[in-house]
Design a protein around this ligand. Structure first.
Ligand SMILES: Cc1cc2nc3c(=O)[nH]c(=O)nc-3n(C[C@H](O)[C@H](O)[C@H](O)COP(=O)(O)O)c2cc1C
Length: 354
């Protein structure tokens, strides 16, 4: 039996069920001599191959897809549990994600220019803390390549597609609006919503785009036809979040995605301290409580006027229901999927029905 719910709330160790916990995860974590990005690339390749086998997808779908429909910012979601940005940046394995139980998929972050990202190693697991540190730096094949791949998809995905947009590293901050617009224009036909990523800690200066003036310019250029959501950092003060919300409300943004990874290093187990010095954003269990507070603040501050996608530290179903109770309309997983696999996605989707 794989319930995915055998750990208690707030426990460090998530579970994807006995088979995933005892066989699949240990095998994945051994790949590449324990290099996390090797495991990630191997998994994506396997899921991309799976995406070309409709019969295999149907078997997975029967096992993992849980209906829990809801409509948010005018878009219909078969369940409220999404794949967070960064897992499938270039949309390499799109049909696999709904079959693994996700009710929506956010691809990207993509940038107007293709770019390699930071030198490796740049992705680290901290298993004692159910956490990850990454400094990928928006490695991606570029917006035009993603558009071509989406155009070539020959069947509907069956779940909404979000597309996360970021600033190219070579583009100066002052030219950021044009950079986002270039990506948005080429990808516009394919996204059900667009996420404006102004909160990754791994592109120098990017988080300054959360400032009132920059964000106002960005939203003035992007808001229009498709829902535009703004993804914020967990490290903003409440005053800074309130400013972001004011701009979002005045410019007609469709919602907030809270939160991205943190530069903080609180909440790490002693065994993971040697990794704490790695530069980059921390995700997973150390983010759970901070994300819940940010979601609650956004919901209260706007009186529920801006729908929130809650993301950060969902490692078991109760973490997700806590975010929904705090005011989130949808949730997303990244690190939880690394440690809990599709069994966790299913358990979270089931919990959202209760
Ligand atoms: C390896 C990695 C890469 C990520 N890349 C992106 C990205 O490209 N764009 C983005 O908006 N968020 C990115 N994120 C942040 C996640 O989408 C998510 O906001 C964050 O990890 C918190 O959720 P979690 O605790 O479930 O992982 C990335 C996270 C990780 C671990």
């Amino acid at each position: 039996m794989t319930t995915g719910t055998t750990t208690g709330p707030g426990s460090a160790r998530p579970t994807g069920g006995p088979v995933f916990d005892r066989i699949v995860r240990p095998a994945l974590f051994r790949l590449g001599g324990g290099d996390a990005e090797t495991a990630h690339e191997w998994t994506l390749r396997r899921l991309a191959a799976l995406s070309r086998r409709p019969a295999a997808l149907a078997v997975l779908r029967a096992r993992y897809a849980v209906p829990a429909p809801r409509t948010v910012f005018g878009v219909d979601f078969p369940n409220p549990v999404g794949l967070a940005a960064g897992m499938d940046k270039d949309g390499a394995a799109l049909p696999a994600w709904p079959a693994l139980g996700f009710g929506f998929v956010e691809v990207g972050t993509v940038t107007a220019h293709a770019q390699p990202g930071n030198p490796r190693p740049r992705l680290f697991r901290l298993p004692g803390s159910a956490a990850v540190i990454n400094r990928m730096g928006f490695n991606n094949a570029g917006a035009a390549a993603l558009a071509a791949r989406l155009a070539a998809l020959n069947r509907p995905l069956g779940v909404p597609l979000g597309i996360s947009l970021g600033k190219s590293k070579v583009t100066e901050l002052d030219d950021a609006v044009q950079d986002y617009l270039t990506s948005y224009r080429v990808l516009n036909p394919y996204g059900d919503y667009f996420a404006v990523n102004v909160s990754s800690p791994n592109t120098p200066g990017l988080r300054a785009l959360q400032d009132r003036e920059h964000l106002d310019g960005l939203l003035a250029a992007l808001v229009g036809e498709k829902p535009i959501l703004v993804k914020i950092a967990p490290d903003l003060t409440e005053a800074a979040i309130a400013e972001v919300l004011e701009v979002c409300l005045s410019r007609g943004a469709a919602g907030i995605i809270a939160t991205n990874t943190t530069l903080g290093r609180d909440g790490l187990a002693p065994a993971d301290q040697p990794r704490a010095g790695e530069a980059g954003g921390l995700s997973g269990r150390p983010l759970t409580e901070r994300t819940r507070r940010v979601v609650s603040f956004v919901h209260t501050e706007t009186g529920g006027a801006l729908p929130v996608i809650g993301v950060g530290g969902i490692l078991d179903p109760t973490d997700a229901t806590a975010l929904l109770d705090a005011g989130a309309s949808l949730v997303q997983l990244y690190t939880g999927f690394v440690y809990g696999g599709p069994g966790l996605v299913r358990a979270v989707a089931r919990a959202t029905r209760q």
